[in-house]
Design a protein around this ligand. Structure first.
Ligand code: UDX
Length: 424
């Protein structure tokens, strides 16, 4: 059973069903459950809707409104908790939704069921779960997710590693069986280590990006090229070449939230971290650095018409949470620019944040008419591989701002476009 049908829970449920498990996904949102029963996924994640359809057709995947209905469909051996843990006022993970999900299960739990933290929850939450349950015959384990939005289905089905956090051998065996279809290494550890490992991985990745972005800012001042520096740094096997791409900052529902929550966990334990918060501060400033570049190209942005390709924080998702694109558009609007936008999947999500402040283009080309520059802020293939000859002939000024450092800059320059980014 999986509690919560968001980006994490639904991937978990649909992927496990595809591997032959009997899965019921429970949610308390009636509209969502109805939509899922009709095999319609209410958000976009590449490959997920097809997998949900297959799961329903095979009879392995069912949906239930609330825990009671869920337990009437299935007596689970394992229950994955995959509800939201948003950032609270002090930066910590807000566990209210998580706690209420745990408590909704209490009347239905039977001895030997295993309750698994799949949501990202601070180290030590497992102990709280035990206290909420008020009984000792239900095992509580941690099994963090390492899914990138946009590639979550393939990340799940071909994992780098599977982390299982429990002190109890029988519980570890039960969870290993859930993943028996995978040949990924199983890393068994105690629950606190598993809980903390998730934060450690995300904070490490976010730190890498912020550090590289700072180096890109310095590269700009000295006339160095960050792409070349990235190649030189990544060639050191101790560092590795992945996840070094700079730009206008990182986004998404995980990095900013998890980095702040790790700092807060330390603080609650009496530890004052010096390194963690600047990861977020650098990232927030990076959007401003990017907007300064745009401003510098025009002098004054009042009335300047700009087209934006990309609103989601990653390609192949519709998620705009903490998306640099949304932050950049807000700053450009404040500076008086006139913005038109297009994203293949995230227009509805973006509208919730941007309202009527921008023009929404039906396709990526119509917003170029009359635009004095183009900003590429999400690395969708249809943007990176666009016909830039057409971009050149449509834009009023040949300026392309690359917020992801993902465009073939040389080729664009060959067409007469000026490519502007940070550190390039
Ligand atoms: C992240 C982790 O990667 C995943 O393992 C975890 O469990 C959930 O959080 P997610 O936030 O969905 O996944 O996406 P990810 O692909 O990691 O990208 C996060 C942000 O970093 C995006 O804005 C992306 O554009 C940015 N990024 C990524 C860079 O700026 N440079 C890079 O080299 C890679």
């Amino acid at each position: 059973m999986v509690i919560g049908t968001g980006y994490v829970g639904l991937v978990q449920g649909a992927c496990l069903a595809s591997q032959g498990h009997q899965v019921t996904c429970v949610d308390i949102d009636e509209a969502k459950v109805q939509s899922l029963r009709a095999a319609k996924v209410p958000f976009f994640e590449e490959g997920l809707e097809a997998l949900v359809g297959e799961g329903i057709a095979s009879g392995n995947l069912q949906f239930a409104l609330g825990a009671e209905e869920g337990f009437s469909q299935l007596t689970p051996e394992v229950i994955f908790l995959a509800v939201g843990t948003p950032t609270g006022a002090d930066g910590s993970a807000d566990l209210l939704i998580f706690e209420s999900a745990v408590k909704s299960l209490i009347p239905h739990l039977a001895p030997d069921m295993v309750l698994v933290e799949k949501s990202t929850v601070p180290a030590g939450t497992g102990k709280k779960v035990k206290a909420w349950l008020g009984r000792n015959d239900i095992a509580v384990a941690s099994n963090p997710e390492f899914l990138r939005e946009g590639t979550a289905v393939s990340d799940f089905l071909q994992p780098d590693r599977i982390v299982i956090g429990t002190d109890d051998d029988a519980t570890a065996e039960t969870l290993k069986n859930v993943y028996a279809w995978s040949d990924a290494p199983i890393l068994a550890m105690n629950r606190e280590s598993a809980e903390l490992a998730k934060y450690a991985a995300n904070t490490m990745l976010a730190a890498r990006l912020s550090l590289m972005n700072e180096i890109a800012n310095i590269a700009d001042l000295i006339g160095a090229n960050i792409s070349e520096i990235e190649t030189a740094v990544g060639a050191d096997p101790r560092i590795g070449s992945k996840f070094l791409r700079t730009g206008a900052g990182f986004g998404g529902s995980c990095f900013p939230k998890d980095v702040l929550a790790l700092e807060q966990t330390g603080r609650e334990l009496g530890y004052d971290s010096r390194l963690i918060r600047p990861i977020i501060e650098v990232n927030t400033r990076q959007a401003e650095v990017f907007v300064d570049k745009v401003r510098a190209a025009y002098g004054d942005l009042t009335g300047v018409k700009l087209a934006v390709w990309g609103l989601a924080f990653n390609a192949k998702t519709d998620d705009t949470r903490e998306s640099p694109a949304m932050r950049i558009i807000g700053l450009l609007l404040d500076a008086g620019a006139v913005i038109s936008v297009h994203d293949p999947a995230a227009m509805d999500e973006a509208r919730k944040g941007l309202g009527d402040g921008v023009v929404y283009g039906k396709d990526q080309w119509e917003i170029l008419d009359g635009a004095q520059g183009l900003l590429v802020l999400t690395e969708w293939d249809q943007f990176l591989q666009a016909d830039f000859g057409r971009v050149m002939s449509t834009l009023e000024q040949p300026l392309v701002f690359d917020g992801k450092h993902a465009l073939p800059a040389e080729a664009l320059r060959g067409l007469g476009l000026k490519v502007i980014g940070i550190g390039i």
